[in-house]
Ligand binder design. Structure first.
Ligand code: NAD
Length: 375
């Protein structure tokens, strides 16, 4: 295809939409559908560059997820059939024994400044300048400090083989993802860090590693003892076999990523952090563990989650705002707790199906409904 001329970035959004319809050879039916979803062209134009319209993903609700004694109706944006049905089923099983308990650590994210060829004795130089550097960081974080968040740590690591120093600034970002704040902080601190520690900036940016802010969920289920034994064994298999672990964890993320998308969160950051955590032992492993304890099947999931309830497109996309309102306008740790419970619910549903009749029966019924719709 020829490059659009004039370039898309130089055209108003309505022109770009017209170009899209013509360049993609849209049929009449496709045009009608696309224009029906394109009412908010101006908003699309605010959110991304070269916007031509919207790519709607079905939005559904997983019903009856009981977390810390509170019932949640959970909005999920996903194109995959069976995800919402699976969570709703697992939620109903869990509700019989009190539902999920869940929690999340303080929302601490890390910015990194990488300095090439640092001066000698960087650790000692940091200690000599620590008070001044921390005070400067706090001035850049004033609004977050006022919210009860702000600077939580300043530390170093040395990549000795590369002779690159990593300066790590840990910040409690409250209800935001904190990407822009941390990037701004890292860049603003760079001249003072270069001066204090020696070396020259290579790059300065937040880390999407979210291991400083784990969320967790637990559940105790009353299920058939033989099924419980098989689910526990299947979860042990996901610890021992990395290829199975990938699919095990994909199932856990089916619900969590759909919740992230429905609430306007950054799904790429979320997934990168979770899969890095799954490999943190040096081998990629399943994120959840199921064990048989007496008459119960007990499940636990612990994962780093950096889900925001303010900022980015969370604050701009009207559907994301509605999704958060449906959840009772939670703060970030509450949203992360619900997400962890959701992941564990999804995981139980998958393991229950896999160790029973398999997943294809349910999948194929939904698949047939779908192909019927497009026939
Ligand atoms: P943001 O820039 O919108 O900042 C959050 C805003 O919310 C701040 O202005 C803050 O003052 C305000 N705020 C109001 N109430 C708050 C509360 N209770 N807690 C915390 N802040 C509160 O958003 P962000 O979180 O800095 O950045 C998120 C965006 O950055 C996402 O769209 C993400 O995709 C994008 N991004 C990501 C990366 C990355 O992941 N590597 C890099 C660059 C940008």
């Amino acid at each position: 295809m020829e490059k659009p001329s004039p370039p898309l970035r130089k055209r108003p959004v309505v022109d770009r939409r017209a170009w899209w319809l013509s360049a993609s050879s849209a049929t009449e039916a496709q045009t009608r559908f696309f224009e029906g979803t394109g009412a908010d062209l101006e908003l699309a134009d605010t959110l991304v560059e070269n916007a031509v319209g919207w790519m709607p993903i079905p939005l559904g609700v997983a019903s009856g997820l009981l977390v810390n004694g509170i019932n949640y109706e959970v909005p999920l944006a996903t194109e995959e059939p069976s995800v919402i049905a699976a969570v709703s089923y697992a939620a109903s099983v869990a509700a019989r024994t009190g539902g999920f308990t869940a929690g999340a650590a303080a929302p601490i994210m890390r910015a990194q400044v990488f300095l090439e060829h640092p001066g000698a004795e960087a650790a000692a130089r940091l200690e000599a300048s620590r008070t001044a550097l921390e005070a400067e960081a706090r001035t850049h974080l004033a609004s977050m400090e006022r919210r009860g968040g702000g600077l939580r740590g300043l530390s170093l690591a040395h990549l000795t083989d590369l002779d690159v120093l990593v300066v790590r600034l840990d910040v409690d970002v409250r209800d935001a993802m904190g990407a822009n704040l941390l990037n701004t902080l890292a860049e603003a601190m760079t001249p003072s860090l270069e001066k204090a520690l020696g070396g020259k900036k290579l790059l300065a940016i937040l880390s999407n590693d979210a291991s400083l802010r784990p969320a967790w969920a637990e559940v105790k289920l009353s299920v058939d003892p033989e099924r419980a034994r098989r689910i526990a064994l299947a979860s042990a298999v996901a610890q021992a076999d990395p290829q199975r672990a990938v699919t095990h964890n994909k199932g856990i993320m089916n619900g969590i990523t759909a919740l992230a998308l429905a609430t306007g969160n950054d799904t790429r950051a979320l997934e990168a952090a979770v899969h890095s955590f799954a490999a943190s032992s040096g081998t990629y492993r399943g994120l959840s563990r199921w064990t048989v304890e007496g008459e119960f099947l007990k499940g636990r999931l612990e994962i780093p989650l950096a889900l925001a309830t303010v900022g980015g497109s969370v604050g701009i996309h009207p559907t994301a705002r509605m999704a958060l309102q449906l959840l009772g306008s939670p703060d970030s740790p509450t949203l992360c707790s619900v997400a962890a419970a959701l992941g564990l619910a999804q995981n139980f549903a998958a393991l229950n199906a896999l160790t029973g009749e398999g997943i294809q029966k349910g999948h194929m019924a939904l698949h047939q409904r779908r192909t019927g719709a497009t026939a």
